[in-house]
Design a protein around this ligand. Structure first.
Ligand SMILES: C[S@@+](CC[C@H](N)C(=O)[O-])C[C@H]1O[C@@H](n2cnc3c(N)ncnc32)[C@H](O)[C@@H]1O
Length: 191
């Protein structure tokens, strides 16, 4: 009797294990595609963070973070906290793996979210490498949410008629011309 009970329990467990499915892979977020994946070269990342004068007290949010190199560099080089947001689960997986490899998992967080709806209120620095039309969609979100004093650094693509307070144009290590733009949020909501 006891043996029969054990055998049937074993059968239930075996069938259960055989039919257990791995959890479904996270899906790409259904949101506007703000830019294709093109990583910023490392020397340009370094220059973006220098332009924003990033320090240990900063929270750096990269909207469309790709493999996470901007928040990861901010954490590794300056001890800042970093947040990266991307709609592509493959990028988020790469970013988390890179953070582990660089030993900064405790300082950075990567979120599978839409840059247009993610919460940017904790940022003291926002970085973008998105198309100008996408930056224009972000403008009302940023001006509504960012604390005054938060720096915004954009790589190659500006924010329409916002006049940058600094522009840094240079040739990178791969011999490509790059332009970086800096603004500081002033708390005034603009379209
Ligand atoms: C040009 S890459 C920049 C990657 C990274 N910021 C860098 O500079 O190396 C743009 C990234 O934005 C992501 N992206 C596109 N649309 C997005 C959206 N609506 N919300 C969040 N990320 C988005 C893409 O998946 C891609 O990884």
């Amino acid at each position: 009797m006891r043996r029969a009970l054990l055998a049937s329990l074993l059968a239930v467990v075996t069938v259960g294990l055989a039919t257990a499915q791995p959890p479904p892979a996270p899906k790409r977020v259904d949101a506007p595609n703000l830019a294709p994946y093109v990583p910023t070269p490392q020397d340009v990342v370094d220059r973006m963070l220098a332009l924003a004068r990033v320090s240990k007290t900063d929270v750096v949010i990269d909207l469309g973070c790709g493999d996470g190199r901007i928040p990861i560099t901010a954490a590794k080089k300056y001890g800042a906290r970093g947040i990266g947001v991307d709609i592509d689960p493959q990028r988020i997986a790469e970013a988390n793996a890179n953070a582990r490899k660089e030993g900064v998992s405790g300082l950075v967080t990567f979120k599978l979210e839409d840059a247009l709806t993610t919460d940017v209120s904790s940022a003291t620095v926002v970085t973008t490498y998105l198309l100008t039309a996408s930056n224009l969609k972000l403008r009302p979100v940023l001006t509504r949410t960012l604390k005054p004093g938060t720096r915004i650094v954009a790589h190659n693509f500006g924010f329409g008629d916002w006049t940058p307070e600094k522009v840094d144009t240079f040739t990178d290590s791969g011999n490509h011309r790059r332009t970086l733009y800096l603004w500081t949020a002033d708390g005034i909501v603009r379209p």
